[in-house]
Design a protein around this ligand. Sequence first.
Ligand code: ADP
Ligand code: MG
Length: 457
Amino acid sequence: MTFESLGLHPLVLKALNDAGYTEPTPVQQQALPAAIAGRDLLVSSQTGSGKTAAFMLPSLHKLANVPAESTGKTPNQAAQSARSRGERPRFMPARPKMLVLTPTRELALQVTTATDKYGVHVRRVKAVSILGGMPYPKQMQLLARNPEILVATPGRLIDHMESGKIDFSALEILVLDEADRMLDMGFIDDIERIISKTPETRQTMLFSATLDGMVGNMARRITKDPQLIQIASAATRHENIQQRVHFVDDLSHKNRLLDHLLRDTNIDQAVVFTATKRDADTIADRLTIAGFAAAALHGDMHQGARNRTLNSLRRGQVRVLVATDVAARGIDVPGITHVFNYDLPKFPEDYVHRIGRTGRAGRNGIAVSLVNHAEGVHVKRIERFTKQPIPVDVIEGYEPKKTAAPARRPGWRPGDGRGGKPGKPGQRSFAKPGGAPRKEGSGYRSERGSRGDTRRG
Ligand code: ADP
Ligand code: MG
């Protein structure tokens, strides 16, 4: 299947050609014809599978074909012509034709950037993002341009909607991107309120890691006769991503191992996930002191700082991003070769989202989890969710003291004779790069096949 054969608008096809997209991804192959035909969509497919284009291409196609609104004037122009007639300009709300709701600011900016790329030749159609943390006057300026496409996080949008700055009565297309995450973040009431202001005639497209439970309920309420597209469940196999677990005895062991793993010359860029914002800061600081080009990314940072960090990541100036789940959601940087779970995520779904930060755009990736012995049960949950065993690896010199069941031969005691001496008093967690002798070729020595047969110690 080609993009041409789908009958997309020539200006959209031109942009795809510029972007170097040769054929639709599987989710696009299913979503595009249905969306072009005007159907509602319920879509679940793995991260990195090209969902943004799956909803944006048919929408741009539609908006490129629709003539400009009959009034033809932006609120700015209308105000000017009112002034020229000596009248007081009447306030005119923005009347978008398309709304994309996303859980986070980063994701909204990403969708806007993708829209600019796919719509670069459809000059008349403009997209803007309305986000929390953006200065109010700036947002008013953006809205006054009366953009066809709004990309927004629910909270800030509600503010503008309720103060009459946005009128959704002309809305034709509504997209909920990462709907499951928006619900997780407690946006359900905001979402319902926004939807209640949009016309019943709209086309609705909902994207989610899962279509079960609460998301499924909402999906059924807000769509009409939707086309259901499930490319792979959230428990997607991520076959291009190699996963491993390393067991650690304690924090000091974990830090030493992380430091060692980050020195792998195969790493282009890496994301280290932490459970808390504070840990993200602390670890980024420690890695920076240890000589890594590291930076933290989390929700307590100002938008400006977040954007600067993301831009440095994109430019390759940041090699190790230390991030929390929400902040890193949706990051799409092809240079990310490795994901490290410094802490395991609370939910298996988040694990899938985390490791999806690597292996973007058809590349391969490596996802490594550093796991305390007591957390083995969480690894099991993740394995059940992804329906994939995650092999356990051990690196020479970094072996956990507690070893696994197969080693539990008669006479074995925890901590005997397996070399690693983590947590020696006075030992630095992070050595200077190049300081510690690095065993060449000491990459990952798979001592045991899958973690099923390990650590019952
Ligand atoms: P998702 O939302 O499913 O996680 P994205 O829409 O962010 O995925 O796309 C992931 C990456 O794949 C992006 O870098 C995007 O530019 C690229 N991509 C999307 N569609 C195609 C395509 N048809 N051909 C090549 N690359 C594509
Ligand atoms: Mg996406």
